[in-house]
Write a protein that binds this ligand. Structure first.
Ligand code: KPL
Length: 301
């Protein structure tokens, strides 16, 4: 397939390389005006060796010929990143959006009223040790599903993703895995950012009641939204991720550390907004949302 990928951070670069390995024709859309770039990529099972992958970049003709447009920028960047590209995107190009949190869906549907739009969430792990060096550091599951009528018939895209990096599965209701991931991000991201600790540190006794309370609030809101879950189930999933990613720093931890904006409005902020619609009290998530907003405002005065 002809593919353009916008937002080659660690996860975006991982997919760009994995799709290239399947002989897809992938170009990168970058913030600069480079016409090509090379990524140095190390596989999960060979962390000490890297292979080079060259990509064409920023060619509007290649964008217009793209059958698949993958957007892996942060939630709050989606609209501003896509808007300048609208004149080039063909109306039948399938758009896949992958970011932490929920809340960009409405704006994306308004921007792209004709395109099939798919949302995706992944627990694959990758990190960049330099701007062009990418390491695949953990296997995980990827879920994809339609958010508009035009995308209902596009389950083949999950097969393309699965061939590149499995397991990748098509979901009849993508909001279920998006909420599941939201619960994990509500628990791990703000706590590791506020306390500037790694994910594994959340296994310490001092964090247990906060994690219980976060999961309790998220479970109430998810249930009100029609997704069956319990506080215990969410807590179990959070603990599994804490153990599996013990040595990692969460994306929000890194954003605060590097004085960047975070995805908090699309994680705890989204949870609190949905809770208000259902008249559910979510004091701990609200407090963490405000704590991160305060830290961001100190950095962006
Ligand atoms: O998605 C993540 C993130 O860091 O944003 C988790 C699952 C918390 C892993 O670090």
């Amino acid at each position: 397939m002809n593919i353009t990928l916008l937002g080659a951070g660690a996860i975006g670069a991982l997919w760009a390389v994995k799709l290239t390995q399947q002989q897809h024709n992938v170009q990168l859309w970058t913030r600069n005006s480079a016409t090509e770039t090379t990524l140095h990529f190390s596989e999960l099972n060979a962390p000490n060796t890297s292979n080079n992958y060259s990509f064409n970049c920023n060619d509007p003709h290649a964008l217009a010929a793209s059958e698949l447009f993958i957007v892996t920028v942060k939630a709050f960047q989606v609209t501003t990143a896509i808007t300048p590209l609208l004149p080039y995107l063909s109306a039948d190009c399938v758009v896949v959006i992958m970011h932490n949190g929920i809340g960009s869906q409405h704006q994306v549907q308004q921007l792209l009223p004709h395109n099939p739009i798919i949302y995706a969430t992944t627990s694959q792990a990758a990190f960049k040790s330099t701007p062009t060096t990418v390491h695949h550091t953990g296997l995980g599951q990827t879920s994809l599903g339609a958010i508009n009528q035009q995308a209902q018939t596009q389950s083949n895209i999950a097969k393309v993703f699965n061939a590149a990096l499995s397991p990748s599965q098509w979901q009849a209701n993508i909001y279920q895995p998006l909420w599941q991931k939201l619960a994990i991000n509500c628990a791990i991201n703000p706590l590791t950012a506020v306390n500037q600790c790694c994910n594994g540190d959340l296994a310490q006794a001092c964090y247990q009641s906060q994690l219980d309370n976060i999961c309790n609030e998220v479970a109430q809101v998810m249930t009100a939204e029609g997704f069956s879950t319990t506080q215990q189930q969410l807590r179990h999933q959070v603990d599994t991720v804490i153990t599996a990613t013990a040595a990692n720093y969460s994306s929000m931890n890194r954003d605060i550390f590097h004085h960047r904006l975070t995805e908090i409005d699309y994680i705890s902020g989204y949870l609190v907004q949905q809770a208000q619609r259902h008249h559910i009290d979510t004091p701990i998530n609200k407090q963490l949302w405000q704590a991160i907003k305060h830290m961001e405002s100190q950095d962006h005065e």
